[in-house]
Ligand binder design. Structure first.
Ligand code: NAP
Length: 277
């Protein structure tokens, strides 16, 4: 089993430096894939109401049979559930589908600023934390002004901001804001799904220099940036490969060269305008 190192979040929670994405893992094959990830040593699991696989995640947790307290189960409140009462009901629905009595990390999936209710949503999440139904509260796809507004209004700093982050979009300014406020960065689409990142010559050369695969070089880059990547794979071999990035280090020049691939978002997921319900 691979031992994935941890960091301590601003709220004191012990949090893995690498986790497992579950988008598109559904049905019996999805459960099998999540069980194999847990068996391999992944302890941070990322789901969402919108992925329609919370039941699969819960079933995999029960089948894998690891101590529940070792796992950080993340789910997210969708845009359609923004608002105080709606968010409480949304989290209760997630708990039912997961078959758990606690969500370890609850995120606002997208800010949906046009709806204008993410502060009420966050207040509900903080209350759920106080009731013991949620361990850590965080956000996803929040920009610096949105984070500042939330911190000022709620008086609570989100423990995590899960954002699009990969070598084509390294998010240096946002990461600096996170570091200054004690917010842990999580990278979604860390392997830049929807692109040919792994075919980049630079990535291939750096991977060869360390005797690792292109995916491992990219995931190691995330770790060294201080962000927790949550790669998804349906295949046990790739799951093992993706978790096995703690036995080598990139040089500072290699990290900088990979960051130099920056060209922007992979698709039109700008949190100021993207609506996701
Ligand atoms: P990703 O993890 O960057 O890439 C996943 C893709 O890469 C899959 O097609 C997978 O195929 C393939 N892959 C995985 N490991 C590989 C390897 N070692 N070599 C070659 N190919 C490999 O993309 P993602 O699923 O979009 O993002 C990860 C997670 O982030 C999601 O599952 C979800 O939990 C989360 N997410 C959150 C948001 C948000 O708004 N908060 C948005 C997007 C994603 P196989 O499965 O066939 O191996």
């Amino acid at each position: 089993m691979i031992s994935i190192p941890t960091v301590t979040l601003g709220d004191g929670t012990i949090f893995p430096q690498l986790g497992f994405g579950t988008y598109r893992l559904r049905g019996a094959a999805g459960v099998d894939a999540i069980v194999s990830a847990i068996d391999l040593g992944y302890r941070l699991l990322d789901t969402a109401v919108g992925y329609e696989n919370e039941a699969e995640v819960g079933e995999a947790i029960r089948r894998a049979g690891v101590d529940r307290d070792e796992l950080i189960v993340t789910t997210k409140i969708p845009g359609r559930d923004h608002g105080y009462d709606e968010a409480i009901a949304s989290a209760r629905g997630s708990l039912d589908r997961l078959g758990l009595d606690r969500i370890d990390l609850l995120l606002i999936h997208w800010p949906n600023p046009r709806i204008g209710r993410y502060i009420d949503t966050f207040r509900a999440m903080v209350d759920l934390r106080e009731r013991g139904l949620v361990r850590s509260v965080g956000v996803s796809n929040f920009t610096e002004p949105m984070l500042q507004e939330l911190i000022d209004a709620a008086g609570v700093t989100p423990a995590v901001n899960q954002v699009e982050l990969h070598p084509y979009f390294p998010q240096a300014a946002l990461r600096a804001f996170h570091a200054a406020h004690g917010i842990r960065t999580e990278s979604w689409s860390p392997l830049a799904r929807r692109s040919d990142l792994q075919g980049e010559r630079l990535i291939g050369d750096i991977a060869s220099a360390h005797g690792v695969t292109p995916a491992q070089a990219v995931l190691r880059w995330h770790v060294q940036l201080g962000s927790t990547p949550i790669p998804k794979s349906a295949h046990v071999g790739r799951q093992r490969e993706n978790a096995d990035v703690f036995g080598f280090s990139l040089t500072g020049d290699e990290v900088a060269a990979i960051s130099g691939l920056e060209r922007g978002r992979l698709w039109d997921g700008d949190p100021d305008t993207h609506e996701e319900m």
